[in-house]
Design a protein. Structure first.
Length: 266
């Protein structure tokens, strides 16, 4: 049975964020709560799948997000030649997940069809829904589509032996989570269906939402797909740094190994 290793590249961070920015009606809105930014690599023997492509540093800087390590440097540190990568999964099209599309010249990209309809449709007339998208990056997706390099799939999609993608919506119209078979069982890489563990633990929504009922329903879907709560991985939580080991001492704080058991209960 094929199992996968999961690597997380901590490519950016924002230490100026507060609980009030991250959560709606938080009782302690001025308390700091760092937002970290991860993108991922799945590896099984020679097979490599990239999940999301990080954040363009200029776009990140406009929102106070500081680059920690560029995703291409992260791929290089993991021994990956971007020209050899054939499969890239895009969990949604927010700009912090879409930054280095052109660094992967031979890849085919995969995304939820609903996300593409959303980012090119009438909801984008509304500032509240379009503010985490950049039109130049969405245009790039349109070009990839016309080049035959973007596949837009339905809600549940088998990616490879041991990896499937599942629509949950909520954070945006086409948000998906990934179910990944590892040596310790089925792990759910929740991407932005969970920014922080706290959303999952307390059943609360993140502040950036397209549909809050779908966002909360996603917690149950994630619970169904994962072997346990210790098999669930959020996308932006600094707590990951305490729970999971760095791949090597020189990559401390930059590349984590997420398929192993967490050091304490998540
Ligand atoms: Zn994100």
């Amino acid at each position: 049975m094929k199992t996968w290793e999961i690597y997380a590249i901590r490519h950016a961070t924002n230490e100026t964020r507060t609980r009030g920015v991250n959560f709606i009606s938080d009782p302690d809105p001025t308390a700091p709560l760092t937002l970290d930014f991860f993108c991922w690599v799945l590896r099984s023997g020679q097979d490599v799948i990239i999940v999301d492509t990080g954040i363009d540093p200029e776009k990140g800087a406009r929102n106070g997000h500081e680059q920690v390590m560029s995703p291409p440097d992260g791929w290089a540190a993991l021994g990956i030649d971007p020209a050899q990568v054939s499969t890239v999964l895009l969990t949604h099209a927010h700009y912090d997940h879409l930054g280095y599309l052109d660094a992967l010249p031979n890849a085919r990209f995969y995304m939820q069809a609903e996300e593409m309809s959303y980012v090119t449709g009438p909801w984008m007339e509304k500032q509240t829904f379009r503010h985490a998208y950049w039109p130049d990056e969405i245009a790039r997706l349109v070009h990839l589509l016309y080049e035959g390099r973007l596949h837009l799939h339905g809600r549940d999609h088998d990616v490879a032996d041991g990896i499937s993608a599942h629509w949950v919506g909520g954070h945006c119209a086409g948000q998906e989570v990934l179910r990944i078979r590892t040596d310790r069982g089925w792990v759910v890489l929740a991407s932005d269906a969970l920014h922080y563990y706290e959303e999952y633990e307390r059943g609360i929504p993140f502040a950036v939402a397209f549909n809050i009922s779908d966002m909360i329903a996603a917690h149950d879907r994630i619970r169904d797909l994962a072997d346990s709560d210790d098999h669930v991985l959020p996308a932006h939580d600094p707590r990951l740094l305490d729970l999971y080991p760095a791949v090597s001492p020189d990559l401390e704080g930059r590349i984590l190994r997420l398929d192993q058991a967490p050091e304490a209960g998540a």
